[in-house]
Design a protein around this ligand. Structure first.
Ligand code: BGC
Length: 248
């Protein structure tokens, strides 16, 4: 049996959030600590902030950490919405050196999806499940009978000749002041395209906007069952700790 609680950290464009996670309950064991993301958000500056967040808690062991990019063997391969200096960097080693602890590093949407599959809207679900996070960008996580297919990056599929996340993300809704209905039609078109490619049975919508599903779900027309994520803002932190527990 693994440890009962582990540190989860969620690295985002605006904030770096972390807390010890109760792995039995799938909940934060203590109130989370959030520090604004430093600017420029270079690997060294971000790693120092992660160390500060982690240092706030008295929980040892492996740290699970999310990052909004493709992560393979601890290396960040992309940098769509983050400082370009991350691309090709050995991010996991930078984080391990700053914290002095072993780190499990994974894509942010993959982490949120893992949390939902273990403790939230995807619990016990088989077949193909797609988690779609609507935030600054669009993140995706695919699960086949509960097993993650990592780094799918389906938020970048092309719609009307453009990268979907630059047209249908939550940031676009906010920046352009789009009405819920107008934005929801874009999300609907995006999800239909995703559906035509991978045919999920269940689509879980995550990101901050998941808690406002009553404002836009009615305009979304997809074949799959559509549900809002249940872990809300904490999915990244919880999922990071879940991923770390599998390596601890
Ligand atoms: C990135 C993904 C990330 C998503 C959500 C996209 O721009 O390419 O790796 O999961 O944003 O943060």
């Amino acid at each position: 049996m693994g440890p009962k609680s582990l540190m989860g950290v969620d690295i985002g464009g605006t904030g770096i959030k972390g807390a010890p996670v109760d792995l039995g309950a799938g909940e934060l064991a203590e109130a989370r600590r959030r520090i604004p993301t430093p600017h420029p958000a270079t690997p060294d500056a971000v790693a120092a902030t992660v160390a500060e967040v982690v240092g706030h808690f008295d929980v040892g062991g492996r740290i699970g950490c999310t990052f909004p990019a493709v992560i393979q063997h601890g290396v960040a391969l992309t940098a769509a919405n983050v400082d370009k200096s991350w691309k090709g960097s050995d991010a996991r080693t930078v984080l391990e050196q700053a914290t002095g602890r072993p780190v499990t590093l994974l894509n942010d949407a993959d982490a949120a999806g893992m949390a939902e599959m273990e403790f939230g809207a995807g619990r016990g679900r088989t077949g193909l499940v797609a988690m779609v996070t609507l935030g600054t960008g669009i993140g995706t996580a695919l699960f086949v009978d509960g097993v993650l297919v990592p780094n799918t990056e389906l938020g970048h599929i092309e719609i009307k000749g453009r990268d979907a996340e630059t047209w249908a993300s939550e940031k676009v809704r906010e920046d352009k002041g789009l009405k819920w209905k107008k934005w929801a039609k874009r999300v609907s078109r995006y999800l239909q395209t995703l559906e035509a490619l991978v045919n999920p049975e269940l689509i879980i919508i995550g990101g901050g906007v998941s808690k406002k599903s009553d404002k836009y779900f009615e305009y979304i027309d997809v074949r799959a069952e559509l549900v809002a994520a249940q872990l809300r803002n904490e999915a990244g932190i919880v999922g990071a700790a879940v991923a770390a527990s599998k390596e601890a």
